[in-house]
Design a protein. Structure first.
Length: 82
């Protein structure tokens, strides 16, 4: 090659640190982790009303409004399905 052809060729840009991190396996995991945590929180938020309905149907009437709230009935019963 001639000297003018070498001068006209663009120089290779150095790869940034963040780009190197995103290309590594650890970097991909670190980038995706907040996304999947957000998906898990939304999933739990959407399923909680269904859980609460089933929990309320299995809880005896006297325990439905007890304080503090019990998230798992201590004595589940099928009496509410009559």
């Amino acid at each position: 090659m001639s000297a003018t052809a070498e001068a006209a060729r663009p120089l290779a840009r150095p790869v940034s640190r963040s780009r190197r991190l995103r290309k590594s396996r650890l970097g991909r995991v670190l980038v995706r982790t907040p996304f999947y945590l957000l998906i898990a929180v939304i999933f739990v938020y959407c399923l909680f009303p269904f859980y609460w309905a089933v929990r309320s149907s299995l809880t005896p009437d006297r325990d439905l409004f007890a304080h503090p709230i019990q998230y798992f009935p201590s004595h589940p019963t099928l009496a509410n399905y009559r």
